[in-house]
Ligand binder design. Structure first.
Ligand code: AMP
Ligand code: ZN
Length: 467
């Protein structure tokens, strides 16, 4: 399996630290509002990466934080006249609802920055002890960037160029020793949440949070660290500096970054007003369409969001689902086991699974993986007919479903699944009637009724409705 590593700027073979296991940290959102569809892109993509690893038999320890202390949260709290905690709690809950609706599975752990302050203080102390950080008189603690020789290795920036860009920003009297130095701990301002520390009552800088939460839940060195490409610099560069300076070990072997989501070819931003939350989109579309749309592109490419592209994703997904529905219908009336000819057909279908896997193993090329599914759909539409055995229909359906599950998109909608279930029960009831086992027939009818399904015996056959 190959992964494009931002650190080396090339695709590299994935070699896990521990055989059969993957440790993965994905920077999560700052919770001061509903998440937007840009935030949804890393969630969906890295959830898909996780699902693929699991499909390959890996045991994935997936950690994704919520940044629940931040200027934006405090600002929102002040605007509403409530506590910062109330804001962050509210939007963690709302974000979790959106994640569920997007079929983004909960992480193994979702740590909260505010619950990890002790670990942050400890890491900052270690950095001071080792000479990588220094406190100044107001209690701010800075990381001394030039002490970390490899600074810039992730973003491929030259430290002297960075310094040039910063030179004028240093304010007279500032005790910061170098304009590049960044904050690890800062003093509280009036009305802000704060914690006690050896330096002052205050709160942590943003970067230290992730270094500490990753260490606590995954260890000093992890397999994969991921997030949107805007995080490469300075966030991830600073995380590397802090973690490697404090732990004396490499922080992450592979760094994965998703490209940005644009709207109508413009950068999506609040100030431009071209900004959609996941909730906005949910009013107009099935969120499964949004997920399918995002996975139809390669994660490292910029992705343009537009009504036309969503419409095309919708019709593509419908094409796949129609094929799935057709197989479910065929399954109802089919019987028997695979014939010899069908064995060959099945082998033909397996080629598309290989194609799907090859695409995913090439730096998670979900665009090509989706194409492989379309090819499988076409193959099934051509080769699976009302003459096919039940076993063949079931096996091909299962193949399609397995691949769609990796993408986190349902092959059939809940309605279809329900219909398939009821049809199966109806068939059993008909059989019971034929066998003159009326007790069983009644029992099936009652069971369905208990599930909220009423059967109607009509001249055209048995129909059903929800009650
Ligand atoms: P934030 O809450 O801004 O820290 O963002 C949470 C995650 O969403 C980070 O991984 C960001 O890189 C990512 N992100 C934010 N905006 C976009 C966007 N427009 N497209 C793709 N990813 C984004
Ligand atoms: Zn982070």
């Amino acid at each position: 399996m190959k992964i494009y590593n931002t650190l080396t700027k090339q695709k590299e073979e994935f070699v896990p630290i521990r055989e059969g296991k993957v440790s993965m940290y994905v920077c999560g959102p700052t919770v001061y509002n509903y998440i937007h569809i840009g935030n949804a892109r890393p969630m969906i993509m890295f959830d898909t990466v996780r699902r693929y690893f699991e499909y390959k038999g890996y045991d994935v320890n997936y950690v994704s934080n919520f940044t629940d202390v931040d200027d934006k949260i405090i600002k929102k709290a002040n605007e509403e006249g409530v506590s910062a905690e109330e804001i962050s709690k509210r939007y963690i809950e709302e974000t979790k609802k959106d994640m569920e609706a997007l079929h983004v599975r909960p992480a193994s752990v979702h740590p909260l920055a505010t619950q990890e302050i002790d670990g942050m203080i400890q890491m900052i102390e270690t950095l001071i002890d080792k000479g990588f950080a220094y406190p100044v008189s107001d209690g701010t603690v800075y990381f001394a960037v030039r002490k970390f020789g490899e600074y810039g290795k992730l973003s491929h920036k030259d430290i002297d160029d960075l310094e040039g860009g910063h030179r004028n920003i240093n304010v007279a009297g500032d005790e910061k020793r170098d304009p590049l130095d960044f904050v690890l701990w800062k003093p509280k301002k009036d009305g802000e949440p704060y914690w006690e520390s050896p330096w002052c009552q205050g709160r942590p800088g943003w970067h230290i949070e992730c270094s500490v939460m990753s260490k606590r839940y995954l260890g000093d060195t992890i397999d994969i660290h991921a997030g949107g490409e805007d995080l490469i610099f300075p966030h991830h560069e600073n995380e590397i500096a802090q973690s490697e300076a404090a732990n004396g070990a490499e922080f992450a072997h592979y760094w994965m970054h998703n490209g940005f989501l644009n709207i109508d070819n413009k950068k999506m931003s609040k100030s431009l007003g071209n900004f959609f939350t996941v909730r906005d989109i949910q009013e107009k579309y099935d969120l499964q369409v949004l997920r399918f749309f995002m996975l139809s592109a390669h994660y490292r490419s910029p992705l343009n969001f537009s009504a036309e592209l969503m419409a095309s994703a919708k019709s593509g997904l419908e094409r796949i689902r129609t094929a799935g529905d057709r197989l479910l219908e065929l399954k109802e009336q089919a019987s028997g086991q695979l014939t010899e000819e069908e064995q060959n057909l099945l082998q033909g279908a397996a080629e598309y699974i290989k194609k799907f896997e090859a695409a995913m193993e090439d730096d998670f090329n979900t665009a090509d993986a989706v194409s492989a599914i379309f090819e499988l759909v076409k193959y099934a539409n051509t080769h699976v007919t009302d003459q096919s055995s039940k076993e063949l229909v079931e096996k091909i359906y299962q193949m399609m479903q397995n691949l769609m599950n990796i993408l986190g998109v349902d092959l059939t909608t809940e309605e279809d699944d329900l219909d398939a279930h009821v049809q199966e029960m109806i068939a059993k009831r008909q059989q019971a009637r034929k066998d003159k086992d009326f007790a069983l027939a009644d029992q099936i009818r009652d069971q369905l009724l208990a599930e909220g399904i009423q059967l109607l015996d009509t001249r055209e056959g048995v129909k059903w409705k929800k009650v």
